[in-house]
Write a protein of this length. Structure first.
Length: 120
């Protein structure tokens, strides 16, 4: 399992994508989908939460390849049906389309981990 701590700023999406490119280099997952999903999850964390840092992790489970983004806000994601006139608000729709599955879990120390996973 590998992870990286990133600053809570928009530029962290690029750093997260680079981290995942290296951490998941040998996964048989569509790489473009993987980096888009991670960029969306980090972008959502930066846009919708406050904090000093976020954590990005990439790991394998017996049945899944998983990426997750931790933030320290108790506010849970709120998927919406996007309106074509919106300039944003499509992130979780994109994640749902590109990942095999996505979800969220509360962290014991507070905050949450939003994850996306692909079947092995």
């Amino acid at each position: 399992m590998s992870g990286v701590i990133l600053a809570h700023e928009p530029e962290s999406s690029a750093a997260a994508r680079e981290f995942v490119r290296k951490a998941a280099a040998d996964w048989p997952v569509d790489f473009d989908d993987l980096v888009i999903v991670v960029g969306e999850l980090v972008g959502n964390a930066v846009l919708h939460t406050r904090g000093e840092s976020i954590v990005v992790r990439a790991y394998e489970l017996p049945a899944w390849y998983v990426v997750e983004v931790w933030d320290y806000s108790p506010r849970m994601p709120e998927p919406r049906t996007p309106d074509l006139a919106w300039e944003s608000g499509r992130g979780l729709v994109v994640v749902a389309e590109l990942a095999g599955e996505w979800g969220v879990r509360r962290l014991p120390a507070g905050g949450k981990a939003v994850f996306a996973r692909w079947a092995r």
